[in-house]
Design a protein around this ligand. Structure first.
Ligand code: GDD
Ligand code: MG
Length: 502
């Protein structure tokens, strides 16, 4: 991958946010001007290079994208990271063919965890079919795991791990929500892929498998560049998060009858504008933050375990302020809290085409995203250098926006997100003991492992359960049982046009 060089990172206490880099070449060829061949460390300073703009572009060369203003990561370096990357795909009722396209785009070096909250078990698009589809991929050598969010064993595993917050009090199952699915994905990744160092997320409703390939490679490239930068500056440990924004989001416009390639989604536009006020430089707002809502993002495993996570669609915006919040409480008692968190923002070359959603969904996303920020901004001035007055005004404006745009009613507060504890504090040995040994190809009604060779089980023995698991893995998820499970928000039925056979 070749990217534009990001210049002008902004530090906010323990958080260092890099300006967006753009993918300019997907499969670059090393040139004698490239970082690999000379001056590797000079060009890899991520914002600290002195070469950029000091040289005149050659004839016919795009001045914005010549070798000196770009930085490249080559396939061997990408592959080394992809081998250690677990991709979690949260899904619900997407047609299996669409989810298949997403899995098809994930480089086969990566492990895959499909976390489904599909509303039904049987039929061509039920969760059994999702599971079979993943098993089919893994038969070609990929490592994978399927888990249903309502699988009773997963709820029991969290209970044993000391994380009852994630359970719905009425049903006793894991709560519905994308954030909750991702949280389960992280716990599964740590438990069953203990040697993987990175974890990434990709939505299941993506219609362009080629863009999925790019997201994964962009994650790997972002980690590689962060590593180079850390090595150069002598930083020993850093939490790194790579967040994706897209070249465009194609949308059909009924008024023009055309596909329009808009830059930002309706939800991202709003969340980013508030984050840009929050993270403005010297009070000057610009388009520095482009990834406030990035559903597609990845982080070091260490960071994923350390972060507290917000529920549902609040999860991504909350990640921007969690490092600041951690630091605030850390002084008190969180170990490692003062470690720097680097945010790498990458704009892909591919567009992002996914399921169209209605206004009501977008309004809910505004409320969730703004609520995640609104309730946690107070007191951040002391750790980040953000002005107290700015924070107060920002909160007021968020509330006003939500009110004026129907995201909340008069006298109502923005929704306060559920915040789930960092998994570092959970007893993941017990979590794993409850779910049992990964047995390749074995499917226990809602939980399946494929092509998985878990050295930790084989070698350590210390935390391995004596038998498969303490659970009885009966099939649980017949449709009636599933629909009677009480929950805060039932998975909605997709209005995807392909479902209606259009
Ligand atoms: N496991 C699980 N559990 N998955 C879920 C759940 C759940 O309760 N709810 C949603 N998902 C899955 C969906 O099936 C889909 O694959 C993915 O999460 C994203 O959900 P969408 O409903 O398609 O979200 P969106 O397209 O409106 O928003 C996406 O993009 C935003 C940025 O534009 C999400 O990724 C947002 O989180 C993101 O902020
Ligand atoms: Mg979507």
């Amino acid at each position: 991958m070749r990217y534009t060089l990001p210049l002008g990172s902004r530090p906010f206490g323990p958080l260092c946010i890099m300006p967006q880099m753009e993918v300019v070449e997907l499969e670059p060829r090393p040139t004698n001007r490239d970082n690999r061949l000379y001056g590797a460390s000079e060009l890899s300073g991520l914002g600290r290079t002195v070469h950029q703009s000091q040289r005149r572009p050659q004839h016919n060369q795009d001045p914005d994208h010549d070798a000196e203003s770009t930085v490249a990561v080559f396939p061997d370096e990408l592959d080394r990271i992809l081998e250690k990357l677990v991709i979690v795909v949260p899904c619900k009722d997407e047609p299996v063919d669409i989810i298949r396209g997403v899995i098809a785009g994930i480089p086969s070096r990566c492990a895959v965890i499909l976390v489904s909250n599909c509303s039904h078990q049987h039929g061509e698009n039920g969760w059994e079919a999702q599971e079979r589809m993943l098993a089919g991929f893994c038969a070609w050598g990929r490592e994978g795991c399927f888990v249903h969010q309502q699988y009773p064993g997963a709820a029991m595993a969290f209970k044993e791990a000391g994380v009852p917050e994630i359970l719905d009090t009425a049903s006793g199952r894991i709560r519905n929500g994308k954030g909750e699915g991702m949280y389960l994905g992280i716990a599964m990744a740590k438990s069953y892929f203990p040697h993987h160092q990175y974890i990434g997320f990709i939505d299941a409703d993506n219609r362009i498998p080629g863009s999925v390939v790019e997201y994964c490679k962009a994650y790997a490239g972002g980690f590689a560049l962060a590593q180079r930068s850390a090595a150069k500056s002598g930083t020993e440990r850093e939490d790194v998060m790579v967040r994706i924004s897209w070249a465009s989001k194609p949308k059909y416009s009924a008024s023009t009858g055309r596909i329009e390639f808009v830059q930002q989604g309706r939800s991202s536009r709003i969340i980013n504008s508030f984050l840009n006020r929050l993270f403005a430089k010297a009070g000057q707002q610009d388009e520095f933050i482009t990834t406030g809502n990035a559903g597609e993002h990845a982080m070091t495993m260490e960071m994923a375990l350390k972060m507290r996570m917000a529920n549902g669609y609040a999860i991504e915006p909350f990640q921007y302020i969690e490092p600041l919040l951690r630091n605030k409480i850390s002084s008190a008692n969180l170990p490692n809290a003062s470690q720097t968190t680097r945010v790498v923002q990458i704009k892909t070359a591919n567009p992002h085409l996914h399921r169209e959603t209605g206004d009501e969904h977008i309004i809910k996303m505004w409320a969730a995203g703004l609520g995640a920020l609104y309730h946690h901004l107070l007191g951040l001035d002391s750790v980040s250098g953000l002005g107290t007055t700015t924070l107060a005004t920002l909160r007021k404006d968020m509330h006003r926006f939500a009110l004026q745009n129907g995201a909340i009613q008069a006298q109502e507060e923005l929704p306060r997100p559920n915040i789930y504890p960092s998994l570092d504090n959970a007893d993941l040995d017990s979590f794993r003991d409850v779910l049992g040994e990964p047995c390749s190809g074995h499917v226990y009604g809602g939980l399946g492992f494929y092509g998985l060779v878990d050295q930790a089980w084989a070698s350590s023995g210390t935390n391995s359960p004596a038998s498969q698991s303490t659970l009885e893995h009966d099939s649980w998820g017949d449709d009636d049982q599933r629909s009677s499970a009480s929950s805060e928000e039932e998975p909605e039925v997709l209005s995807d046009s392909s479902k209606q056979g259009e």
